[in-house]
Design a protein around this ligand. Structure first.
Ligand SMILES: Nc1ncnc2c1ncn2[C@@H]1O[C@H](COP(=O)(O)OP(=O)(O)OP(=O)(O)O)[C@@H](O)[C@H]1O
Ligand SMILES: [Mg+2]
Length: 641
């Protein structure tokens, strides 16, 4: 089940009280972080706000004209004057409409630009974040931040940001006008101000909590949808669609609950914000009518007063909705910056400086090639105190040499290969390429030097040619492509409908596992890298294709320094020497035949049978399995639900 990292939504009720003051303060602070993006469009936004204030104030002049009409031409029975007043009203209405239209026009384009640039920054940042970050974060959470959250931000900049200001100014001016007309009635209307403010404050506190919850849950739901689309084969193959649908229903039901909680809060604030002022207007109407009857107040003033009060209704009522949008935007900003604040991979970040000093003090010149010096590695998210995956790895692959890396499953072979292109950072020790510490060269240089092919041959939605040429610099063309395809025995490409221009689907799913693997291999060799790291590159190939790939690969490997993870003797044969990885340590290095003679574990791994007694825990596990097999009853009973 996808879980949200970072400060996600907790249990709403209890946590609310203590975290809220910090939260409500940080809502403004969160929104302030948008400034760098808003800065370039500040002039337009400000102009738009001024235009909106003008439009709103134009609306407030209308009641004053009404007063003039009622107390002037209407009282004097001057038809011409009434027409003139009507014309003024029409012009004012038109001006208000034009100004509001102008505001919209002013903000639309720049705000779309703000959204686009924030999205581009997020995407760029995601590309630069270390693999460890992506291991930790569910993809749906990242997706929803790049889509829903950014949309919320654009909407915030378009409406609440401007209208909280515009409405504030309008309300203020409106009240000044009303107080100036008749201060007693004005005070009556002001009476609900304090309770409304309290309601808004309470609302803000509660709403921020559920808004965060809802947005996190959208992320979880996105993750689930994404996983079930990508894993559709497994789901169908195991008939899991029902349980998957149930999981989806549970999550979407939770989200629905949260959305309903939001709606309930909104309903409350709307009710309060509508009813209280309406009551006040009612009271003012009664009082005003009495005053007019007593002759203390002119009819025109009462009309103007009430029209102003009615004109203020929308600015006041919309505050609830604007506050809700602002709160959602604050949450979206927090979520956006949670990702943006994650430390990206640095270039040559100097973490290797101390080891570089050590290296320069070390006696004798470096013999070159790929070297691991006392490398230790623990996954950053591994529980504290757990044993490192790799420990005290000392390995030297000489220039031009091919070293096979052999080890039981889960011993850390993939992990070791990932350290070379710095997909993960070593916890201790260092790795050098021709004597240069990899932490000291810019990542781009490092990754141009080292090419990799992983166990999972990932392809992108692009043409076959583009997928392969990803492994080479911009200069590479047809010749390099064909050579790489030949090395990887990927001639099947030429039989595809559009040859190398054939588009492969998402993750290359339209190709077979072996075909994908060969394309991944072609991608690794296309740039003629000095260093090649292959993680079990031939596992999905039939023996004949494997033999052909090996023959071609041998030519490539002749002048390349390579580390090749191997499970099968046939792949090991590619290598000059073999290193045996066992429980996170290199326990033996030598030629295939040497190791067959000297290492029982190696012989056992290569034999593919249990003839040779295996010295490690695997035997114990096998024995354990056999023991339980003898008492099937117990196992069965235990498994029954
Ligand atoms: N991203 C990760 N975070 C935490 N632990 C991990 C991560 N990836 C792998 N591990 C753990 O590290 C250990 C070594 O995994 P690794 O993938 O390197 O094994 P391997 O030797 O390549 O196995 P195989 O032969 O099955 O491919 C395993 O115990 C695994 O559970
Ligand atoms: Mg592996």
């Amino acid at each position: 089940m996808p879980t949200t990292p970072a400060p996600a939504a907790d249990t709403p009720a209890e946590e609310a009280t203590e975290t809220e003051p910090a939260r409500s303060r940080s809502a403004v602070r969160s929104l302030l972080r948008l400034w760098p993006y808003v800065r370039p469009v500040r002039v337009r936004l400000f102009t738009a706000a001024v235009v909106a204030v003008l439009a709103s104030c134009t609306g407030l002049v209308i009641p004053l004209v009404l007063k003039w009409i009622v107390d002037g031409p209407v009282a004097d029975r001057d038809t011409g004057g009434v027409w003139l007043g009507a014309l003024y009203l029409l012009l004012l209405g038109l001006a208000e409409a034009v100004l509001f239209g102008l505001r919209r026009w002013l903000v639309a384009r720049p705000l779309a630009g703000v959204e686009a640039s924030m999205r581009a920054d997020l995407y760029r940042h995601l590309q630069r974040l270390p693999v460890a970050f992506h291991d930790r974060w569910p993809s749906g959470q990242l997706l929803s931040r790049g889509t829903t959250d950014l949309m919320l931000l654009r909407m915030f900049l378009a409406f609440p940001l401007t209208f909280l200001l515009v409405n504030g100014v309008t309300i203020l001016i409106g009240f000044v006008i009303m107080l100036a007309q008749e201060w007693t009635l004005g005070l009556v209307l002001l009476a609900p101000a304090v309770p409304v403010m309290i309601v808004c404050w309470l609302f803000e506190k509660r709403y921020s909590k559920v808004a965060r919850q809802a947005q996190d849950q959208v992320g979880d739901l996105t993750t689930l949808v994404e996983e079930s689309v990508l894993g559709i084969r497994i789901i169908k193959g195991f008939g899991r669609h029902r349980s998957q649908a149930l999981a989806f229903r549970d999550l979407s039901r939770t989200l629905r609950g949260t959305e309903l909680a939001k709606a309930r809060l909104l309903a409350w604030i709307f009710a309060a914000i509508t009813i209280l002022p309406e009551l006040a207007i009612g009271a003012a109407l009664v009082l005003g009518t009495v005053q007019v009857a007593d002759g203390d107040l002119s009819t025109g003033t009462l009309v103007a007063f009430l029209s102003t009060a009615l004109a203020l209704r929308w600015p006041i009522e919309s505050i609830g909705f604007l506050l809700a949008m602002s709160q959602e935007a604050a949450t979206a900003t927090e979520r956006y910056f949670e990702v943006m604040d994650a430390e990206p991979e640095s270039g040559a970040d100097g973490t290797g400086t101390s080891s570089a000093l050590l290296a320069s003090q070390a006696p004798g010149p470096d013999p070159g090639g790929l070297r691991f010096h006392a490398v230790r590695f623990r996954y950053p998210d591994a529980p504290a105190g757990s044993a490192p995956v790799l420990d005290r790895i000392d390995l030297h692959i000489r220039p031009g040499e091919t070293m096979a890396l052999v080890g039981g499953t889960g011993t850390g072979k993939t992990t070791l290969t990932a350290l070379v292109p710095r997909l993960h950072e070593v916890t201790a020790g260092r790795i050098t390429l021709d004597g240069q510490d990899i932490t000291e060269m810019p990542r781009e240089t490092l990754r141009a030097l080292v090419a990799v092919a992983f166990e999972e041959p990932t392809l992108f939605s692009a043409s076959v040619g583009e997928n392969v040429l990803m492994g080479a610099g911009a200069h590479a063309g047809e010749t390099e492509l064909n050579r790489a395809l030949a090395v990887a025995q990927a001639d099947f490409v030429h039989a595809l409908p559009q040859d190398t221009d054939t588009q492969v689907g998402e993750q290359g799913l339209s190709l077979s596992g072996g075909q994908r693997q060969r394309l991944a291999l072609a991608r690794a060799v296309v740039g003629r890298p000095r260093f090649l790291v292959l993680d079990d590159p031939l596992s999905a190939l039939d023996v004949h294709t494997e033999a052909l790939v090996e023959a071609a690969l041998r030519r490539v490997l002749a002048d390349t320094t390579a580390l090749v993870v191997a499970h099968r003797p046939s792949t090991v044969m590619l290598a000059d020497r073999v290193a045996l990885l066992s429980e996170g340590r290199i326990t033996a290095v030598g030629t295939h035949h040497e190791l067959l003679r000297t290492s029982a574990e190696y012989a056992w791994l290569m034999s593919g049978t249990a003839e040779t007694t295996e010295p490690t825990t695997e035997t114990a596990k096998e024995t354990a399995k056999e023991t339980t097999a003898e008492t099937p009853k117990v196992t069965f009973e235990g498994d029954k639900r």
